[in-house]
Write a protein of this length. Structure first.
Length: 276
């Protein structure tokens, strides 16, 4: 066992040294140090055979997209948090590069006024433009595209393996510390500032009418990211919530089960806040 551990450590050191050598080739300029998210971008790009120039150019395009003024929660900070969670559980991944690419592109297009699924569809299209430029295999393209599309409806059906790790990383904010969750809910509200406050509150609090025995677990704040005005799309909301109500757990992968109870507490608070 000691030999096996030593061998594993040596392999990790070798991989880190190789990654560092690749990073040194990619001249990112003086704007900032190599962050964990950028390192993950370089690693994923390298895995897909993207050359250094392409890495730099598309990194600028991705970060510019996530810096648009209509964004408050769905920014690069959200992507960084996702990447941190994905890397934390990377040993459970079968294809880490695919999960990372899906994370980087899943909200690359984000307009709160878009209809359900439109942002994810256009984000997927942007990924496919990127993949076509660098000749990424169709199988790999399809894998990432399906992951991105699924982020439009996290709980619609089952998920396992790499897809589960991506979806759970995206929703991990729901099980965060209370102060962080409050900040998250406020930022989502800012993204939907075009929806009048009364309408926003009423529409979201109407969730209770779809379930005679409402549970705060299923008042999923993240649903607002898929629907521009919850008050005017009750069919979508009802569908989404019913899929939630069929689940005993919010998270798919065992690595995130510990966030379940915190998610219940956080969303119960938001439900009370919106209905008071």
């Amino acid at each position: 066992r000691a030999h096996a551990c030593a061998y594993a450590v040596a392999q990790v050191k070798h991989a880190l040294a190789e990654l560092q050598s690749r990073l040194s080739v990619v001249n990112w300029g003086p704007e900032s140090l190599m962050t964990p998210a950028r390192s993950a971008w370089v690693s994923a790009c390298t895995g897909f055979g993207v050359p250094s120039e392409g890495m730099r150019r598309w990194w600028k395009q991705i970060t510019k997209a996530y810096s648009e003024t209509q964004r408050h929660y769905h920014t690069m900070n959200h992507v960084r948090q996702m990447v941190d969670n994905i890397m934390l559980h990377s040993l459970a991944a079968s294809n880490l590069n695919s999960i990372l690419m899906a994370a980087f592109f899943h909200d690359a297009v984000y307009q709160p006024s878009n209809g359900p699924g439109q942002n994810e569809s256009e984000s997927k299209q942007l990924w496919e433009v990127f993949a076509a430029e660098f000749g990424i295999s169709q199988n790999a393209v399809d894998t990432v595209s399906k992951m991105i599309e699924r982020t439009a409806n996290h709980l619609e059906g089952e998920a396992s393996g790499d897809l589960a790790l991506l979806l759970d990383a995206d929703l991990a904010i729901l099980g965060s510390e209370f102060v962080e969750y409050v900040e998250y809910s406020q930022k989502v509200r800012l993204e939907y500032s075009h929806v009048p406050l009364a309408e926003y509150r009423n529409g979201r609090s109407q969730v209770r009418s779809w379930n005679p025995n409402p549970s705060p677990l299923f008042f999923l704040a993240h649903v607002s990211a898929s629907c521009p005005s919850v008050a005017v799309c009750p069919n979508f909301l009802g569908q989404f919530l019913r899929s939630c109500l069929d689940r005993e757990q919010l998270f798919f992968s065992p690595e995130y089960k510990h966030l379940h109870e915190a998610s219940r507490i956080n969303m119960a608070w938001e439900l009370r806040y919106l209905t008071e």
